[in-house]
Design a protein around this ligand. Structure first.
Ligand code: AMP
Length: 289
């Protein structure tokens, strides 16, 4: 017999807080998965991980305007809320927190706190999406204050975002553990993303070259003379994708996100890329442990 679950839907802090306080008083461990909805198996993998480690799993869906630096992207962001709720219910999520914008930004026009995130707020995603990480840091701070979880579950799909949130949590001295979770991919290797639904069938097929390129570079990394030649080969392959505009392909230290010139054993590195295909911006990365 399959298990049946309940999903509590809270649209305001007034409903959420008493529920969570009661659970915390009983010693329950709270896991939190913040999302922007349009859920797919990548999001659900975080919910499932949280479920194995926590008593209560809270998922938030909030399409955060302050992290979009492109009005069209915000407008086109998919919002299939009923489907999302079905997925959360099936995954055994306990609470869906679906706040109104006014609850997250009671100031109306959001006054963002300016975090000094240092180097990670200058490179890669930050260089191409000015203000994006300030928006991310602010919204995650506000959500964490409302949920006060024991563990925060984040996907490595947004590799740099994890570093940003880690830094914000350090600055704000928030007592929460971060669990970074593996990237979930389509059978073709394409990293799952809410934006993938905007790809045409042809572009979807072409987009699988992104992960194929990253995997190729990792597998053959010792056959290149240098990281420079490895990067050049990667750029060549990605630029060959039809109807694409490559933003970056970089090989970095996985902790500092500074570019590296050689792979050092025992020091994790990461190859990261962002590319537009068919007018859709996609990001992906592979971690070399
Ligand atoms: P988003 O809804 O895009 O803001 O993502 C919410 C959370 O899900 C973030 O921590 C993402 O890194 C994570 N996530 C998104 N896509 C994937 C994926 N393909 N695999 C694993 N985690 C993911």
């Amino acid at each position: 017999m399959s298990e049946t679950f309940n999903l509590y839907l809270f649209k305001s802090e007034k409903q959420l807080t008493p529920f969570l306080h009661k659970e915390k008083k009983e010693g329950k461990k709270i896991g939190f998965v913040p999302t922007m909805g349009a859920l797919h198996r990548g999001h659900i993998s975080l919910i499932e991980k949280a479920k194995t480690e926590c008593d209560i799993v809270v998922c938030s869906i909030f399409v955060n305007p302050t992290q979009f630096n492109n009005a069209k992207d915000l407008e086109k962001y998919p919002r299939p809320i009923e489907h999302d709720m079905e997925m959360l219910l099936a995954a055994g999520c306990t609470v869906l927190y679906l706040p109104f914008s006014s609850e997250i930004y009671p100031e109306g026009k959001p006054l963002l706190k300016e975090y000094d995130l240092g180097y990670i707020d200058k490179v890669l995603e930050a260089a191409f999406r000015p203000g994006h990480f300030q928006g991310v840091a602010n919204v995650v701070f506000r959500l964490l204050k409302k949920v006060e979880p024991d563990v925060l579950y984040l996907g490595r799909k947004d590799f740099q975002q994890i570093q940003v949130i880690r830094k914000m949590i350090e600055i704000e001295k928030i007592p929460v553990l971060i669990e970074s979770c593996e990237i979930v991919r389509e059978a073709s290797g394409l990293a799952m993303s809410s934006r993938n639904v905007r790809l045409s069938e042809e572009a979807w097929n072409n987009a699988s070259v992104i992960s194929q390129t990253l995997f190729f570079l990792v597998e053959k990394r010792n056959e290149f003379n240098s990281i420079k030649t490895l990067r050049t080969e990667g750029i060549k392959r990605l630029k060959a994708i039809p109807d694409s505009i490559l933003e970056y392909l970089e090989v970095c230290d996985a902790e500092t996100l500074r570019p590296i010139e050689i792979f050092i054993e025992g020091k994790p590195s990461v190859i990261l890329t962002a590319i537009w295909i068919d007018g859709v911006r996609l990001i992906d990365n592979v971690l070399i442990s």
